[in-house]
Design a binder for this molecule. Structure first.
Ligand code: F6R
Length: 348
């Protein structure tokens, strides 16, 4: 079985995506130490906008899902060139771009500056780092050498620490306990753990040629989206995501169609989910199971963050294992690069 052979995996996984995933808990520790050095002396913001794209924006989505019920400021993730009209001097804009060269995020930086927003930059370098240094904007300079989506530890944790430094929330303690939970989960998900005991490998094998369709709810919306994008970028396959309760008002009807047999629905679950969610997910699952084989990923850990990141970790590993099964190198993303290159120099 290819997934149980490190040598076979290495032949396909040329840039060692598996190794990068296995190192995620230690990267979280490094990210926490690094971000903690930031000095931030802004007044408490009324609104927080996290601007970024793709693998950088999802760090903001995770922070929003985690913190939105404990932070008094409005918190939103923004993907685009220009910020919404309400961005003003009471708004903290966190510009997150792993490369620092993403044109939408650079546009958002310029707009935040124009609108006199409070600003902070999270990047590994590029234009954004240069701009932040020149403008004296607080900067979290994160480790180089990752593909942006694999730098999620650095992006998410840096964003969370910036938020803690506004004085609006406490983040570091729960991050530290989550890292311990991820270390123990890694033992189950890593390459050395055989299929029989490895939830991510099993999930990858069950999905096979079907379209992974991840259904989140409550704190697991960004996680569902993250897993979907990981299936796209690592496994290079179509994937979908939706969330409860919304999907029971539209998506659910697609299961009348024979086309839905192409899907492989994956439900994110939490043993502590409320009865309302539980009942809704169960009835939806009953309907969907009449057409499709389904799977569930149960959150691990005791805290909200541990639950969110444990599901993400299982999904991230599964996406890389699907790539291996499809004999596809998980790391390159040539279409994204082709578009970025084609757009270089295009002016409005
Ligand atoms: C690549 C990836 C992409 C990038 C996106 C924005 O691994 O995940 O979605 O994150 O193209 O680039 P950055 O993150 O450099 O701003």
């Amino acid at each position: 079985m290819i997934l149980d052979s490190k040598a076979e995996i290495a032949k396909i996984d040329k840039s060692n995506a598996c190794g990068v995933l296995e190192a995620l808990p230690e990267d979280c520790e490094k990210a926490l130490r690094n971000a903690d050095e930031l000095k931030l002396s802004y007044k408490k913001p009324k609104r927080i906008l996290i601007a970024g794209m793709g693998g950088s924006a999802i760090g903001g989505d995770l922070a929003r899902d985690w913190l939105k019920d404990r932070i008094s400021a409005q918190i939103e993730v923004y993907r685009g060139y220009e910020l919404p009209r309400y961005a003003d001097a009471d708004t903290l804009v966190i510009l997150a771009s792993y490369s620092g060269n993403t044109e939408e995020t650079i546009g958002a930086y310029e707009d935040a500056k124009k609108k006199n927003c409070m600003m902070a930059v999270v990047t590994s370098g590029g234009e954004l780092a240069k701009m932040a240094l020149k403008d004296n904007v607080p900067l979290v300079l994160i480790a180089k050498g990752f593909m942006p989506r694999f730098a999620i530890s650095h992006l998410f944790i840096s964003i969370a620490v910036v938020l803690e430094k506004t004085g609006l929330i406490k983040a570091k303690e729960e991050i530290s306990s989550t890292i311990l939970a991820l270390k123990s989960l890694r033992e189950e998900l890593k390459r050395d753990t055989p299929v029989g005991m490895n939830e991510a490998k099993q999930l990858a094998m069950r999905i096979g040629e079907r379209i992974p369709t991840i259904y989140g709810f409550g704190p697991f919306k960004a996680v569902a989206k993250r897993i979907k994008t990981q299936f796209n970028e690592n496994a290079k396959v179509p994937a979908k995501w939706e969330f409860f309760p919304e999907l029971t008002h539209n998506e659910i009807v697609c299961y009348e169609s024979e086309l839905s047999k192409l899907l492989f629905p994956i439900f994110i679950r939490d043993k502590a989910e409320s009865n309302k969610y539980s009942a809704r997910i169960n009835i939806a699952k009953e309907i969907i199971s009449e057409k499709c084989e389904t799977a569930e990923i149960y959150a691990r850990g005791d805290t909200k963050l541990a639950k969110m990141l444990s599901v993400m970790y299982i999904g991230d590993f599964a996406s890389v294992y699907i790539a291996i099964l499809r004999k596809t190198d998980p790391t390159p993303i040539k279409e994204i690069e082709r578009i970025k290159n084609a757009l270089k120099g295009v002016k409005d």
